[in-house]
Design a protein. Structure first.
Ligand SMILES: C[S@@+](CC[C@H](N)C(=O)[O-])C[C@H]1O[C@@H](n2cnc3c(N)ncnc32)[C@H](O)[C@@H]1O
Length: 179
């Protein structure tokens, strides 16, 4: 009976590896940021009314929606997953936020962020390594980048904020960078 969990874990690893082989563009699984942490990310990024915010891998659209609704920004999410793209786009429509919020169905690595004032990222360390050269090339001087939980190797954060407990017993670290 003891071998069962080991077999199960091995199977899970094989299935994950196969899934990644089929979706090599996938930079992170879907794992939403709690709403309270989203607000802290946007505050840390000093997002202001009328500014442009991009969420790289926008999931259910919560960062984009809060940026438009609560901060008055023009917000764009990029999402590779078709179901999440549909779900988040429908939510934006139902809230009447289409003028200031939209989700592009596509790959983070195939977009242009040169108009961004703030970039939000919740990916993985290896994914940040892939995204970093593109951001270094494209971003204008002064753009703020807020990364949830994972640092950008080679960049020095201007500020780091730790949330010890998000109310569900999870801790979070936010990193603010300025180009
Ligand atoms: C950890 S979740 C973060 C979701 C959201 N930003 C949040 O903080 O709640 C990462 C998201 O990135 C998306 N994603 C992964 N690789 C991507 C890629 N290459 N292009 C666009 N989206 C991607 C995933 O589908 C997932 O929804």
């Amino acid at each position: 009976m003891k071998t069962l969990p080991i077999v199960g874990t091995a199977l899970l690893l094989v299935v994950t590896a196969l899934a990644q082989e089929k979706k090599p563009d996938k930079l992170a699984p879907y794992y939403p940021t709690p709403e309270s942490v989203v607000e802290k990310m946007l505050k840390l990024g000093e997002l202001k009314r009328g500014e442009r915010m991009f969420d790289l891998g926008s999931g259910d659209g919560r960062v984009v929606i809060m940026a438009a609704q609560k901060f008055g920004a023009t917000a764009t999410g990029i999402e590779i997953d078709g179901d999440l793209w549909k779900q988040s786009s429908a939510k934006i429509r139902s809230l009447g936020l289409e003028k200031n919020a939209r989700i592009i169905q596509g790959n983070i690595l195939a977009q242009n962020y040169s108009s961004a004032d703030v970039i939000c990222v919740y990916l993985l360390p290896g994914s940040n390594d892939k995204v970093r050269p593109m951001l270094e090339k494209q971003l204008k001087k002064g753009t703020r980048i807020v990364s949830h939980d994972f640092e950008f190797a080679g960049w020095k954060p201007e500020k780091t904020e730790t949330i010890d407990d998000d109310g569900e017993g999870r801790s979070h670290t936010l990193y603010l960078y300025r180009r």
